[in-house]
Design a protein around this ligand. Sequence first.
Ligand SMILES: CC(C)(COP(=O)(O)OP(=O)(O)OC[C@H]1O[C@@H](n2cnc3c(N)ncnc32)[C@H](O)[C@@H]1OP(=O)(O)O)[C@@H](O)C(=O)NCCC(=O)NCCS
Length: 142
Amino acid sequence: MTIQIRAATPKDATAVLSLWREAETHPTTTDDIDSVGRLIAHDPAALLVAESEGRLVGSVIAGWDGWRGSIYRLAVSPSERRRGLGRTLVDEAARHLGSLGAARLQAVVVSDDRRAMGFWLESEWDQQHDRTRFVRNQATPA
Ligand SMILES: CC(C)(COP(=O)(O)OP(=O)(O)OC[C@H]1O[C@@H](n2cnc3c(N)ncnc32)[C@H](O)[C@@H]1OP(=O)(O)O)[C@@H](O)C(=O)NCCC(=O)NCCS
């Protein structure tokens, strides 16, 4: 089975949202078609998807703001797990961010999610203990 990693297009938005549900990523207020479309319009290379025989089986968002490279929404379809795809997606995201100039990368991980933490703790990334994230939802123009 060949898995191709490519940048998502707006046509992938519905399948990406389905993958995130199937993979049981932690839902947020921006899990909708408009938000995925906005991301792709803002940076057409930020959302990477893994495709196998026409089906999306993985995703990762590689965001670059000119200061840090940020990784979000790493997801692998349950049927494709433990075959190295998660690691491949992270490596591809890091390679992409590096090509843009990102020297420092970060990933937000739900700390009580044993599966996600298991993946990251086994990676070459370092867990940062002396920072805490603050978040806020806000209204945006329609
Ligand atoms: C986390 C996730 C992306 C991992 O994808 P994956 O394709 O299975 O990961 P890989 O096969 O590349 O795993 C690489 C290594 O990470 C570690 N790892 C992966 N999943 C793990 C788990 N559930 N528990 C412990 N360690 C794990 C292992 O060391 C693994 O190597 P091994 O299989 O040779 O033992 C996938 O389980 C997933 O989509 N989970 C739901 C969404 C999520 O939590 N995403 C992360 C948000 S930051």
